[in-house]
Design a protein around this ligand. Structure first.
Ligand code: FAD
Length: 286
């Protein structure tokens, strides 16, 4: 099933994300955890793509296992900036052969020192090519606080519109910890004529060390309430996990109470975290 058809059903959706292993020896463990998350019956799941494409087969295989063994719809991520056109097209064909209907089309981060490939500059080029390659539902990334490389937020929204014009069926946001940042972005995106569904990406922070990494990756701002939580509990693993799950659950509750219908949780291969969030909002998402 196409994810856009799930998003257009006029109901609240909750989806989870997992990432592939870097090493073959970890494959079974990651596949097991992904399927544990699938057993929670999310509306769909996504499987990220390792930068550079070296783990692309794991992305495909984990997506396949979730769909075929757990009967949960999946979206495979695909990045282009660190790949040749030939590799990207062979991945698109492999996804098609394996009946994966949904692709999150991304540029990917530019490696330090630049990419050795120059076939793609932006995700919009990949989106156009996927569109021309088959009957896929295409997702694309968006950044409520602006992409770190964008000169300003208006320019970033203009570039986002190019991805939608190229054929993105829906957008998923980068993580944010202040819902007002999301509401502001949503207003600006709609004002710019971006009318596809926008899925809110929520990252439960369950370890103090994750905060530094999250900030480096996304440049996202952190409200005082969030900083106080990490300052107080960051060194206590169990307390931080509990507080992080509650913080993410409260973000989700506020989003749904404000009329936002689609939530994607960056569950980071953690079935216990996914389960706790699912339980915290089980009646709310009905
Ligand atoms: P683009 O849309 O190409 O944007 C990159 C920059 O270029 C932005 O500053 C934008 O404003 C600008 N730009 C875009 N189009 C144009 C244009 N036509 N002309 C001029 N400027 C333009 N990374 C992974 O490696 N694997 C993953 O699986 C993965 N999944 C992700 C999922 C989500 C939901 C998000 C939010 C990010 C994900 N990322 C992933 C990270 C992502 O690859 C990086 O953020 C990357 O730096 C940008 O990718 P993009 O697809 O948004 O790029």
């Amino acid at each position: 099933m196409k994810i856009i058809d799930i998003l257009n059903q006029d109901k609240v959706t909750l989806s989870f994300e997992v990432f592939p292993p870097k090493l073959t020896k970890n494959y079974d463990d990651v596949a097991f955890k992904a399927k544990e998350i699938a057993k929670l019956h999310p509306d769909f799941m996504s499987v990220t793509y390792g930068a550079g494409g070296g783990t692309s087969e794991y992305t495909l295989n984990i997506a396949k296992e979730i769909k075929e063994q757990e009967n949960v719809e999946v979206m495979a991520h695909l990045t282009c900036v660190s790949s040749s056109k030939a590799h990207v097209h062979s991945m698109i064909n492999r996804l098609k052969e394996n009946h994966i209907e949904n692709i999150m089309a991304l540029r990917g981060d530019i490696p330090v020192g630049g990419s050795q490939f120059h076939d793609y500059q932006h995700a919009s080029e990949l989106i156009s090519e996927i569109k021309a390659s088959g009957d896929f539902c295409i997702g694309a990334a968006c950044y409520p606080e602006g992409h770190p490389e964008a000169s300003n937020k208006d320019m970033d929204i203009k570039n986002l519109k190019k991805k939608v014009d190229a054929g993105a069926d829906f957008l998923t946001t980068q993580m944010f910890f202040d819902n007002n940042v999301f509401y502001n972005f949503l207003f600006r995106a709609r004002e710019a004529g971006i009318d596809v569904p926008i899925v809110a990406g929520i990252m439960p922070i369950t370890r103090g060390i994750q905060v530094k990494r999250a900030r480096e990756l996304s440049g996202c701002s952190m409200p005082q309430r969030f900083i106080s939580m990490v300052d107080k509990f960051g060194d206590n693993d169990e307390a931080m996990k509990q507080a992080g799950i509650i913080y993410a659950s409260e973000q989700i509750i506020d989003l749904i109470a404000s009329g936002i219908q689609h939530i994607h949780v960056y569950s980071m291969n953690k079935p216990d975290v996914a389960k706790a969030i699912m339980e915290n909002v089980s009646e709310i998402i009905k």
